[in-house]
Design a protein around this ligand. Structure first.
Ligand SMILES: [Zn+2]
Length: 231
């Protein structure tokens, strides 16, 4: 009885060791796959939402501008994608909006310009980066939106949301359909990543930190890589 029990414990320990080593091997091979695919021959438009006189939402406590947080995350994402061999086009690379000098009717011209950039780039995918906001301050977490008529958009949204759910706080709510201009600019798989709520104090604290911004960029990046690896 005693012996058997000892044997059972030994077996359990041995199984744990095998399990642990197979997890370690899996991790290494995932990393190797990324390195092998050094030149991912796909093009991505990264759209940092808002800019210029349009700050987007405003941080609840710090009054940070959403447009600045969007740009910070977009640039971190751009860096990761370029390192992996993707072709990347940014709709904006500084704090300015895309409406030109006049501010009359600026929103319409800003959006049109983003659409023009996307259509000129003819990308495989479009990722619009935004931070969310809500009148009540309790809502938290990241969520990806897609157009209801786009199955590729839905697949990309799912792939990014998977990463959000496992790596970001309070982000397991699933993807959502959104009726947004940026999702209808081109036939490319298009998503809007709302990366957290600037109207929530805890989310805001995370969203303004470069470390968390990098984590968001990593999630979107891995979501994109997994999306292309599904094909
Ligand atoms: Zn926004």
């Amino acid at each position: 009885m005693c012996f058997k029990r000892g044997k059972f414990i030994f077996c359990a320990v041995a199984m744990l060791v095998v399990l642990a080593s197979s997890i370690a091997i899996e991790k290494v091979s995932a990393k190797e796959t990324f390195q092998k695919n050094e030149s991912m021959d796909y093009s991505v438009v990264i759209d940092a939402g808002h800019g210029g006189i349009d700050p987007g939402s405003i941080g609840y406590k710090t009054k940070v501008k959403e447009s600045d947080v969007n740009l910070a995350v977009a640039k971190k994402l751009e860096k990761r994608l370029l390192e992996m061999g993707f072709r990347v086009v940014m709709t904006r690379e500084d704090e300015n909006g895309l409406y030109g000098l006049s501010t009359t009717n600026y929103k319409k011209r800003d959006m049109q310009k983003r659409k023009d950039i996307i259509n000129e780039a003819r990308p495989d995918i479009v990722v619009s980066v935004h931070m969310n906001s809500y009148v009540r301050h309790n809502l938290r977490g990241a969520q990806v939106f897609y157009d209801k008529n786009s199955t590729s958009g839905e697949a990309l949204a799912l792939s990014i949301q998977d990463q959000f759910a496992s790596k970001l706080e309070k982000s397991d709510k699933g993807i959502a359909i959104g009726d947004y201009y940026m999702l209808k600019c081109a036939p490319s798989a298009s998503v809007i990543a709302e990366c957290g709520f600037l109207s929530n104090e805890e989310d805001e604290k995370l969203l303004i930190s470069p470390e968390y911004q990098d984590k968001i960029a990593e999630c979107i990046f891995l979501g994109i890589v997994n999306f292309f690896n599904q094909d």
